[in-house]
Design a binder for this molecule. Structure first.
Ligand code: BJW
Length: 248
């Protein structure tokens, strides 16, 4: 893919590159995004209703079934060319990856992820006593309507995924690491925003913070988003197509 010269020059000339990724980063690995056309169970349910403490309190087996299926799905897929390109870039450049994704595809491509802002699908913990759960959960290869969550060995409570639901606080360390990485940006550095709709805060506010530090903000997304207008460059394409060209 041919990219505009100023975009390539910005990436080549940057001392630091901060990469903020969202669900579109993993779409070409086969992980559905949240707000594009959905498949399976996602077609019938609104993630903003399902990914909430209220949904869990109302019906844990309903919510757990969604996660047991997604856990299975994520374990079954592989990083795509976009994940691999970022890992390769970090071998010779100062790259910091911050992701909203709860999968581990960046890590499986060989990247170190500085912050998982919305937690991790695989880090299960008790919803009551917060004890980590290190058993092997029963996963669902197909979407099902309800599935009993695993039980906490310490207190008998229901085990939940270690993700951040709407209305919950983000992990303090992830926020602190992200804000420090943004504050370290200087004019001439680059903030690459890949595959996010830019509607969920506080993550949606980070590109503007990078802009305020003087960084060149570059969006990689097939469509316009809520943050497009504030970006210096918007590259219309997919992560797996654009990133290998951008970082070569
Ligand atoms: C491709 C592609 C390809 C497709 N290549 N691209 C300020 C203002 C207003 C509201 C708030 C605010 N501050 C806080 C809030 C409340 C709330 C919020 O933001 N609400 C909004 C809906 C308005 N935020 C919170 O509650 C957060 N907590 C918080 O702020 O705590 C303090 C607080 C508490 C209470 C009140 C106030 C403050 C927590 C947010 C947690 C988000 N959790 C989820 C679920 C995680 C668990 C799970 O996975 O089940 O995180 S929601 C979901 O959205 C998930 C994602 O990480 C997140 C962002 O989605 P993302 O990644 O952008 O995906 P999509 O699907 O939206 O977009 C995909 C994009 O990819 C699209 O643009 C495609 O075009 C593109 N794409 N294919 C490249 N191949």
């Amino acid at each position: 893919m041919d990219l505009p010269g100023p975009v390539v020059a910005a990436v080549r000339g940057a001392r630091r590159i901060l990469v903020l990724t969202g669900a579109g980063m993993s779409a070409e690995s086969g992980v559905p995004t949240f707000r594009d056309a959905q498949s399976g169970l996602w077609e019938n349910f609104d993630p903003s209703q399902l990914a909430t403490p209220d949904a869990w309190a109302d019906d844990p087996p309903f919510v757990w079934a969604w996660y047991a299926w997604r856990l299975h799905l994520v374990r079954d897929v592989a990083p795509n060319a976009g994940h691999r390109a970022l890992a390769e870039l970090a071998t010779h450049r100062d790259v910091t990856i911050v992701t909203q994704n709860v999968d581990d595809l960046h890590e499986r491509a060989g990247s170190e992820v500085a912050a998982h802002l919305h937690g991790s699908l695989t880090e299960l913990r008790c919803a009551d006593c917060h004890e980590p759960y290190d058993g092997e959960p029963t996963l669902s290869p197909e979407p099902v309507k309800r599935l009993d969550p695993e039980t906490c060995a310490a207190c008998g409570g229901d085990v939940r995924p270690g993700v951040v639901w709407f209305g919950e606080m983000l992990p303090e360390a992830a926020v602190a690491t992200t804000e420090a990485a943004i504050e370290a940006l200087e004019p001439g550095d680059v903030c690459l925003v890949v595959g996010t709709s830019g509607i969920v805060f506080p993550a949606a506010g980070y590109p503007a913070m990078a802009l305020a530090e003087g960084a060149t903000v570059i969006e990689v997304n097939p469509v316009d988003t809520d943050i497009t207008d504030m970006c210096h460059h918007a590259i219309r394409g997919t992560a797996a197509n654009v990133l290998p060209a951008l970082v070569s």
